[in-house]
Design a protein around this ligand. Structure first.
Ligand code: FAD
Length: 411
């Protein structure tokens, strides 16, 4: 196959980039390793037609987020009972131990005040009377990174660089409608992983199991860790890029939809400040509980689900049941009958949740984003980490930036 521009990856950054190139009249093809588009957007739909749940990106951040213009959105429902688990005991969210302000108020303060180069979020908390374990775990879960490594300055700068506005929203009908809408009308080939990418100025050659794709230019949108792990080999990648990819390792993430034997008697959203379960939520009248766990909590959740299968003699899912019962006391009276796991940390096509700005790696996103010889271009949330939020709006922005750079190079 031969095309003008090859885009590797059909996540929102790749699809946005390809849309912009196609609109400019450039012959563009997108190749995607998975059998679906969307990358780290993955929607779970219960078989009985109940409301969908998100195993990847959860909410649309901001009333000015470009997502609103592409799919229908609605205000994110506010859970009627917000609790925090601390010392393996659930309490109302208003009473987390020894924190002067709720964690989100501390994050707003950090964004307003900014921070010095080299200062971690934990340093910043200590300077303000901390450490506050609940707030520290909150930052860990929001940013999928150890607050000892999370750059306070990077967090503040990313918020300042974000133009998505205020408020939180959900995509009516499921977040995966976004990539599906973006992909409509594009030349997208799924189940087509690029294994080796060779190039010389003005010419690229991508090896896939279905054959070689040739193009004049390429946009690489895969998470940098995919390159570091060698799942995608980019030949003759300049050494600074190799180092940048290493420095931009995505934080761990593991999400689970557990279907229980009884419906939830409440709508609840629970934050596990002990670092075991991340965020656990349920909706009144529905049998599903959703766990969204990052960094160390992701490892706990992964271990709790390991070997789990729907109720067999050797595997009862008891670790998972315990975890759920602490967060959602009603779950102690229920059995876990099924689980759906999205293990972003172990997934070969993501190798992590997303890329937080970390102390000492402030240089890396710019280097990773830099085109090579007007031939290799780069997009994806990691290319804007530290200057924008590494979430869906950041991925979309990165796709636009890469397309504009490429169009400029084409003259
Ligand atoms: C658990 C979790 C919760 C999140 N919550 C939110 C949230 O609430 N709000 C928000 O805005 N964002 C959230 N995010 C972040 C958001 O999902 C990402 O920032 C965004 O989806 C990244 O898009 P991308 O295009 O940069 O990367 P990806 O979506 O990862 O796209 C890259 C694509 O490249 C493909 N690929 C990889 N290797 C190859 C290869 N060798 N050949 C071909 N294709 C390849 C992948 O399969 C993938 O489809 C969350 C992410 C996770 C994991």
């Amino acid at each position: 196959m031969r095309t003008e521009v090859l885009v590797i990856g059909a996540g929102v950054s790749g699809l946005t980039c390809a849309t912009r190139l196609a609109e400019a009249g450039v012959r563009t093809a997108v190749v995607e390793a998975r059998s679906r588009v969307g990358g780290r957007i993955r929607t779970f739909r219960p078989t009985d037609g109940g409301p969908s749940l998100e195993l990847g990106a959860q909410v649309v951040h901001g009333d000015l987020n470009p997502v609103h213009g592409i799919v229908d959105t609605e205000t994110a429902p506010r859970p009627t009972a917000a609790r925090v688990v601390s010392g393996r005991v659930g309490r109302p969210m208003g009473a987390p131990a020894r924190t002067p302000q709720p964690p989100w108020a501390l994050e707003a303060r950090l964004n307003a005040e900014g921070a010095g180069i080299g200062e971690s979020v934990n340093d910043w908390l200590v300077d303000r009377g901390g450490p506050y374990p609940v707030a520290s775990e909150w930052f860990r879960q929001i940013w999928a990174t150890d607050p000892e490594r999370l750059s306070a300055r990077g967090v503040a700068e990313a918020h300042r660089g974000d133009t998505a506005g205020r408020g939180e929203f959900v995509v009516s009908g499921g977040f995966d409608l976004l990539p599906r809408r973006l992909a409509a009308g594009l030349d997208v080939r799924t189940d087509c992983p690029v294994q080796v990418l060779g190039w010389s100025p003005g010419r690229v050659s991508a090896q896939t199991p279905a054959g070689v794709v040739e193009a004049e230019r390429v946009v690489v949108t895969v998470p940098p860790s995919v390159v570091t792990h060698g799942t995608l080999t980019v030949k003759d990648l300049p050494e600074p890029k190799v180092e940048a990819a290493r420095a931009l390792a995505g934080g761990d993430g593991c999400c689970v939809v557990a279907t229980l034997s009884v419906p939830a008697p409440e709508t609840a959203s629970v934050f596990d400040a002990d670092g075991i379960g991340g965020f656990v939520s349920c909706r009144e009248g529905r049998p599903e509980a959703l766990i969204v766990a990052r960094d160390a909590a992701a490892a706990h959740v992964r271990a709790a689900t390991a070997g789990y299968g729907p109720a067999t003699a050797s595997s009862t899912g008891s670790d998972l049941a315990t975890l759920l019962a602490v967060a959602l006391p009603w779950a102690a009276r229920a059995e876990v009958v099924d689980i759906e796991v999205a293990d972003w940390g172990a997934d070969p096509w993501s190798r992590g949740a997303f890329t937080a700005p970390t102390v000492g790696a402030e240089w890396a996103p710019v280097i990773w984003a830099e085109p090579v010889a007007d031939t290799l271009f780069f997009a994806g949330e990691a290319t804007v980490s530290g200057t924008r939020l590494p979430w869906v709006q950041g991925a979309i922005a990165s796709g636009v930036i890469a397309a504009d750079r490429l169009l400029e190079a084409m003259g």
